[in-house]
Design a protein around this ligand. Structure first.
Ligand SMILES: Nc1ncnc2c1ncn2[C@@H]1O[C@H](COP(=O)(O)OP(=O)(O)OP(=O)(O)O)[C@@H](O)[C@H]1O
Ligand code: SF4
Ligand SMILES: [Mg+2]
Length: 340
């Protein structure tokens, strides 16, 4: 039995396509405990969404499949082998998800109150329609929507983008899930609303003992929200650690590059924002060595030959890079903010 709320081991997810197999997630392992927030960061296409959807086997009609040898333990129960009935219970009661674009996740033909109440009644058949509606209004109030009794009667298009995202959060917490996954929860929102939604998520974190997974390509929002961070690239985790370890003592060249891509006051003033050159590898191909090798300023011959194993810097801080090898040349992280 796993001692963690969630324990993922060697998770690999692929897509079948006419052109061949797309190996989107290539063996990731991580855990999550109650009350903590894990951020998964990395460029577009690195496998963040595929990873978190796998936690609920939420692939809809896509050609995704979890590869043999993968394990996802939620409260000690194997998710990979769950049947549809078990998965329906897991989705909502165990793990809830907030997506990037609430407009595509909410049903435009149903009132928001109905959509929140529907989830509550699906998971608890003893709740009456009136009780579920009352609870829906309470949840809207909890996520900071004024006049909730009026709002529950409205349709998604009658609400602003920020309010729709709050409705998504209400749906995600309606069934009291232990884990809330936030997949780019603020990307579609403007900066002020983004800050309000993040503040709301922070409040929920403080008021409840829920665990959160925050998926984002924006390292700028991670520090205030996350406890631990894992950096993904081409379907693997290249570095993981507490937020202090990752921000104050990053070891991986890709993490350095990501951190230097975050706009700082200094870089904005000088117009010197760093951007990572090149593109990630083709996920249909076998990747022999380090997946970042073609874009890395520190690449050595071994990097193209063998994938580095994860080296533990501390109990919580791990890095997969040949620069950690005792025989490798000592290099220093470039200064932050794109400054040399
Ligand atoms: N429906 C699909 N069919 C085929 N391949 C897919 C599909 N969805 C994702 N992939 C593959 O999986 C890879 C990872 O996708 P994923 O959605 O997890 O990226 P991401 O890290 O969430 O990116 P973003 O920041 O843009 O949301 C993609 O690069 C793509 O190759
Ligand atoms: S293993 Fe080599 S190529 Fe990969 S990040 Fe480290 S130094 Fe760069
Ligand atoms: Mg995504």
């Amino acid at each position: 039995m796993s001692e963690h709320l969630l324990e993922v081991k060697d998770l690999a997810v692929s897509f079948s396509s006419y052109a061949g197999k797309i190996r989107a997630v290539r063996g990731v392992s991580f855990h999550l405990d109650a009350g903590e927030t894990l951020a998964i960061v990395g460029e577009s296409g690195c496998g963040k969404t595929v990873t978190v959807k796998a936690l609920m086997k939420l692939y809809g009609n896509s050609a995704a499949f979890i590869e043999e040898g993968s394990s996802i333990l939620f409260k000690g129960q194997e998710v990979v082998t769950m049947n549809n009935k078990e998965l329906s219970k897991l989705r909502g009661e165990g793990i809830g998800m907030i997506f990037q674009d609430p407009m595509t996740s909410l049903n435009p033909t149903l009132t928001v109150g109905y959509q929140i109440a529907e989830g509550i009644r699906f998971h608890d058949k003893s709740v009456t329609k009136a009780e579920a509606e009352k609870r829906a209004a309470e949840l809207l109030a909890l996520v900071g929507i004024p006049s909730p009794e009026e709002r529950i009667k409205q349709y998604p298009h009658q609400l602003s983008g920020g309010m729709r995202q709050r409705v998504m959060i209400a749906i995600a917490i309606a069934c009291n899930a232990d884990i809330i996954i936030c997949d780019e929860p603020t990307t579609a929102l403007d900066v002020t609303i983004q800050a309000q939604v993040l503040e709301l998520l922070n409040e929920l974190k403080e008021k409840t003992n829920k665990a959160f997974i925050l998926v984002t390509h924006d390292l700028g929002i991670v520090f205030d929200f996350a406890d631990r961070i894992q950096v993904m690239y081409a379907g693997v985790i290249l570095e993981r650690g507490t937020k202090y370890e990752l921000f104050d003592d990053p070891h991986h060249p890709y993490t350095w590059a990501l951190l230097n891509s975050v706009p700082s006051k200094q870089s904005q003033r000088k117009g010197s924002l760093y951007s990572i050159q090149g593109t990630p590898p083709d996920l249909m191909m076998d990747i022999k060595g380090c997946p970042f090798a073609d874009r890395c300023d520190y690449c050595m011959p071994i990097c193209k030959e063998r994938m580095p194993q994860e080296i533990a810097i501390t109990e919580s801080h791990g890095v997969s890079c040949w620069l950690e090898h005792s025989m490798a040349p000592k290099v220093k992280a470039p200064a932050a903010g794109g400054e040399e």
